[in-house]
Design a protein around this ligand. Structure first.
Ligand SMILES: Nc1ncnc2c1ncn2[C@@H]1O[C@H](COP(=O)(O)OP(=O)(O)O)[C@@H](O)[C@H]1O
Ligand SMILES: CC(=O)N[C@@H](CCC(=O)OP(=O)(O)O)C(=O)O
Length: 259
C-alpha cells in the first residue's frame, strides 16, 4: 500500500485537498492533526469539499428524485436549491467549524464569494443546473494563504448573472489545482484508493483507467475522480493521489504504461 507521507519536508508546497462527502461525517481528529503537520512543514493548502450523501438525504426528505449520468448529478430546478442549501448552508460551515475548532484558521467560500468560481452551463439539456468552470479567482485564494487562512470551498459555481450551478467536487478541486499550479492534488474519499477485483492498487495509469471504466471496474463517483486525476497529471500537476482519511491509497501515474 502506498502511504502518502504528509510529514515529509514540504517547504511552500501547494496542496489541494478534496474531501468527499462520503467521509465528511466520519472525519477523525487524526485527519486534522495531519493538516496541522502539513501547515507546520510550510504547505499552502486549499480544501474543496463535496457532500453527495448529505444532498441525497436532503433530497429524499423532500421527495425529490435525481439520478447521475457519468457520475454527475442531473440537477433540475427543484434539486439545485436543495444542493446549494445543503453544501453552503450545512456541509461547508460544519467542515470550516471543525477546522477552526481544531486550531486551523479556515474560511468557508462558495463560487459566488469573491467571484471565486465563474461558470456557464455544462449542457443544460442533459444535466440541468450543472456548471462548467470558466474562471477561478486564484488571487482570493492566495490572499487568504498570506494571512494563514485555509480556504474551504463548497463545489457551487455561479454564472455571470448570479445563477448558482452544481459542480462535482472532484472537478472543482482539479480545476483549482490546475489554475493555482498546485504541486499535488489529494482526493480523500471513503475507500483506500482505487480497487480492482477487491484489491486496492498502489499505482494506476491513464490506460488502465480507460479500460476499467469500460469494463465497469471503475464506476459511479470514482469516475469523476480518476478523470480529474488524469486531467491534472496531463496538464502538469506532478502528483495526484486517491486516498482515505488515513491518507493511504492509490497514486495515479502521469505516464501511460501498456498493461
Ligand atoms: N474501482 C473502484 N475502487 C474504489 N471505489 C470505487 C471504484 N469504482 C467505484 N467506486 C465507488 O466510488 C466511491 C467513491 O466515490 P464517491 O461516493 O463519489 O465518493 P466521495 O463522496 O468521497 O467523492 C466508492 O465508495 C465506491 O463505491
Ligand atoms: C454535479 C454534481 O454531481 N455535483 C455533486 C456535488 C457534491 C459532490 O461532488 O459530492 P461528493 O464529493 O460526495 O461526490 C452532487 O450533486 O452530488
Amino acid at each position: 500500500m502506498t502511504t502518502y507521507k504528509s510529514t515529509q519536508p514540504t517547504a511552500h508546497k501547494k496542496l489541494v485537498i478534496k474531501l468527499g462527502g462520503s467521509m465528511l461525517a466520519s472525519l477523525t481528529d487524526t485527519f486534522f492533526e495531519e493538516i496541522k503537520k502539513l501547515k507546520a512543514a510550510g504547505a499552502e493548502i486549499v480544501i474543496v469539499h463535496g457532500g453527495g450523501p448529505a444532498i441525497n438525504q436532503a433530497l429524499k426528505e423532500r421527495k425529490i428524485n435525481t439520478y447521475t449520468h457519468n457520475g454527475i448529478r442531473v440537477t433540475n430546478e427543484d434539486a439545485i436549491s436543495i444542493v446549494t442549501g445543503t453544501l453552503i448552508g450545512t456541509v461547508n460551515p460544519y467542515l470550516t467549524g471543525r477546522l477552526n475548532r481544531a486550531g486551523i484558521p479556515a474560511v468557508g467560500l462558495n463560487g459566488e464569494d469573491g467571484t471565486l468560481i465563474e461558470c456557464t452551463y455544462l449542457d443544460q439539456d442533459t444535466y440541468g443546473y450543472v456548471g462548467h468552470i470558466e474562471s477561478i479567482n486564484i488571487d482570493l485564494l492566495e490572499q487568504l494563504q498570506k494571512i494563514d487562512y485555509i480556504p474551504v470551498v463548497a463545489c457551487i459555481g455561479a454564472t455571470i448573472d448570479g445563477t448558482a450551478l452544481n459542480i462535482n467536487g472532484d472537478t472543482v478541486a482539479s480545476e483549482i489545482a490546475l489554475e493555482w499550479g498546485a504541486d499535488e492534488l489529494l482526493l480523500v474519499t471513503d475507500t483506500p484508493g482505487v480497487k480492482f477485483h477487491e484489491e486496492t492498487v498502489e499505482e494506476l495509469t491513464p490506460e488502465q483507467i480507460d479500460l476499467w471504466i469500460l469494463s465497469g471496474d471503475i464506476y459511479g463517483g470514482m469516475i469523476p475522480k480518476v478523470r480529474a486525476a488524469v486531467e491534472c497529471l496531463e496538464s502538469g500537476i506532478p502528483q495526484v493521489n486517491i486516498v482515505n482519511d488515513s491518507l493511504e491509497g492509490t497514486s495515479i501515474l502521469g505516464k501511460k504504461v501498456l498493461v
